[in-house]
Design a binder for this molecule. Structure first.
Ligand SMILES: [Zn+2]
Length: 238
């Protein structure tokens, strides 16, 4: 009999029947490294596979991840981190950011300016912070569906990640071809989010696709109001 290192269950054989922990953990070697990298890029369930699934049927696949099968998509937080990194690299390399994100609210001498400047420069954080506000509105508008705020947030993280990749790709194309492709295609990137959201809740209901832009807009507005409020509060404390 051997003792499981994880749950202290006594067992015979190579795996603990109680928790699935192997008797011996494999040593870390070259093969381990390759398989680790491979599992992230894996075409069956890795990063590229996730992108493909989220391009074809985003809402459907995110819902599947949340309620049935966690193995088909890269975990949402990891996904958003990779997407943010790619986005940051692309912005630096192709230099296209200022064309479309312009949060210039000028309240002279106020901390509000600094906050908005910081958010403009950190589009990844902006996206995630804004998702929290959008999630609240989505929960209100789609309250008859049984999803909690965390599940909605997961959906939004996947969508935001995809939007960052689209911005990166289109920004790079625009910069390479010296065209304003991004300003024309930016609408498509927003429509993607509405389409994905409607599909997530119930793809057959037209109303679901219409409620999405309203939720995003209200999320955006409340986010700006709260940021403005925080900036003014900082001024007040100073
Ligand atoms: Zn065990």
């Amino acid at each position: 009999m051997s003792l499981c290192k994880k749950c202290k269950n006594e067992f015979q054989g190579n795996y603990c029947p109680n928790c699935g922990q192997p008797l011996k953990v494999e040593r870390i070697n070259g093969r381990y490294f390759l398989s680790e990298i491979g599992s992230i890029l894996n075409l069956e369930k890795g990063f590229f596979h996730t992108i493909k699934e989220l391009l074809i049927r985003p809402g459907h696949n995110i819902k599947l991840y949340i309620s049935e099968d966690r193995s088909k998509l890269v975990k949402p937080i990891l996904f958003i981190i990779i997407c943010s990194l790619i986005y940051a690299l692309f912005v630096q390399f192709f230099d296209f950011q200022d064309e479309y994100i312009d949060l210039q609210i000028d309240v002279s001498g106020s901390s509000v300016n600094l906050l908005f400047q910081w958010l403009t420069k950190n589009y990844g954080y902006l996206n995630i912070l804004m998702s929290v506000f959008v999630a609240i509105w989505i929960q209100i508008f789609y309250r008859k569906y049984d999803f909690n705020i965390y599940e909605i947030l997961i959906m939004l993280l996947y969508i935001s990640g995809m939007q960052m990749l689209m911005f990166s790709f289109l920004g790079a194309v625009g910069s390479l071809t010296k065209t304003k492709v991004l300003s024309y295609a930016a609408n498509l990137i927003f429509i993607y989010a509405f389409w994905a959201t409607g599909q997530f809740f119930d793809k057959r209901k037209i109303l679901n696709y219409l409620k999405a832009p309203v939720s995003y807009l209200l999320g955006l507005i409340t986010f700006f109001i709260v940021t403005l409020g925080i900036g003014l509060l900082i001024d007040f404390i100073k």
